[in-house]
Ligand binder design. Sequence first.
Ligand SMILES: C[S@@+](CC[C@H](N)C(=O)[O-])C[C@H]1O[C@@H](n2cnc3c(N)ncnc32)[C@H](O)[C@@H]1O
Length: 311
Amino acid sequence: MAAKDLTTREWINALIEPGYLLVWALRYYVKVNLETVFCKGQILAPLLHQSRVRDEAFGKFWVAFSTYLQANAPASPPPTQPPDQIIRSSDLIPPLLARASGTVLDVGPGTGTQMPLLRSPAIKAIYGAEPCHGLHAELRASATSQGLEDKYNILPCGVESADLIPALQRQGLLKTDASDVPSILETLSTTREGVFDTIVCVRVLCSVPDMHRTVQDLYNLLRPGGKMLVVEHVVNPWRTPKGSVIARAFQAFYGFMGWSWYLGNCCMNRDTTSALKHAADQDGGWESAELESWFESTPMPYVAGILTKRG
Ligand SMILES: C[S@@+](CC[C@H](N)C(=O)[O-])C[C@H]1O[C@@H](n2cnc3c(N)ncnc32)[C@H](O)[C@@H]1O
């Protein structure tokens, strides 16, 4: 499986493409702020309830964007084998999610774009931790349309432990009902029992508040032998021969223009690969860490692969 070599024109397009997304998200932000003030009469909400307004704007943008993606997705059933050539980041996802099994944590599922890839009978139950409430109706509708309504449980929370651990307790997935999250995490780490057989992270570790902490906590929630399936965009490896200084500069430029603000806290400059590789250090490393880097000459380079916890 190889990435298609980009022509100069395709590379320039790849540099500019995030700009379209940024403008699209910005338009939703402006629209939601105006509606809040002039239609709902909540004059001070953009100042006093900024986080709620941003959340609503991002939710509306993401529903529109996912609808656009679905309308332009290939009509054929999702391939479980890697395509011969990887053209876009979405080509990386189907063969990886085909490896999901058992009890699954779907981190930041959005509107459920990846749900068609989680229909394997090997999957017993799926828990989608999605903090953006504006996306829940679409997510629920996705589960129903994929026949997963009995398997898919929406957790209305972020994946950071202070939110996730109580949500897992409410679902009866943790044995303890203690309220001291740090000591629960400590116990999970020392007993190595874990909760999930598979943890799916698709384009979400870019948005969590503390990526290193989150990756570490997710590792502790994996059962021995459990797998983390990852497709994440990362900082451009501009110091390496395959990276690009220009693409790294574009990442910085988009950051400066408010990328993170308008796109649900998404950061383009995270070294997610390194955080993932080191998450298992406490146990002497992963049993296997099959991670590959893609599109390294662009502002949206990806890391994708499977990390397996020691049994
Ligand atoms: C770029 S979207 C990706 C959605 C989905 N994984 C996909 O592939 O279509 C990022 C998602 O992560 C969610 N998110 C943001 N912060 C999060 C957090 N702290 N915990 C869990 N999900 C989060 C957002 O609400 C959004 O749905």
